[in-house]
Design a protein around this ligand. Sequence first.
Ligand SMILES: O=C(CO)[C@H](O)[C@H](O)COP(=O)(O)O
Length: 235
Amino acid sequence: MKRPGGTDEQKRRAGESAARVVSDGDVAGLGTGSTAAAAIRALGRRVDAGLDVRGIPTSYQSRSLAREVGIPLTTLDDALPDIAIDGADQVAGLGRDDSADLIKGGGAAHAREKLVAAAADRFVVVADPTKLADALDAPVPIEVLSDAVPAVEAALSALGGEPTLRAAERKDGPVVTDNGNLVVDCAFGAIDDPAALSADVGTLPGVVEHGLFVGLADEVHVGVADGVDVYPRES
Ligand SMILES: O=C(CO)[C@H](O)[C@H](O)COP(=O)(O)O
């Protein structure tokens, strides 16, 4: 799915830069979305050139693309990722402190994306400049068991959020995730304390996973007009 954001060229640069840091013999988590797709294509070209890598996809989309470009696949049952590469909807804190906190889940894949990123030794985020922000303030995608949507929406409102069930674009009714659940996007305004909000939302009964990625990113590769800016996490 193509979402608004940076240019294809910026995404390609970020993806190629991240694919370059994958080492021979690595198991690599394969993220979801258009920028992660650029990384998967770049990794496929390295496989064509002889790189030995196995991918762990985070969604139907990334599994299909990885197969198309010839990346051998494995699962978390059989291997843990040395590295994971994934996009983000918003990245905050770059160059200011060691946070590089993210909002993810624009593609409704954040449950598997977080599982794979957290399991990886190194989590590399690929982005374009439109994703960078001083503070996280985008709506937070929250994957919810369908029966739990009314209760979770009430609890999110009590936390000060404005929840909206994500509607499908080319189907009547809601978006259904690869895991068979629904997605509530919850606007909180500027998020002063992402770790506290992450804990509050993550403990609501019926929430499968949310799109706040706090303290997980090790580095961020931002494709810009004339190259790539790489931000290592300062820790
Ligand atoms: O979190 C995600 C999917 O769940 C994506 O990585 C995020 O939405 C960014 O996508 P894109 O690179 O297409 O802007």
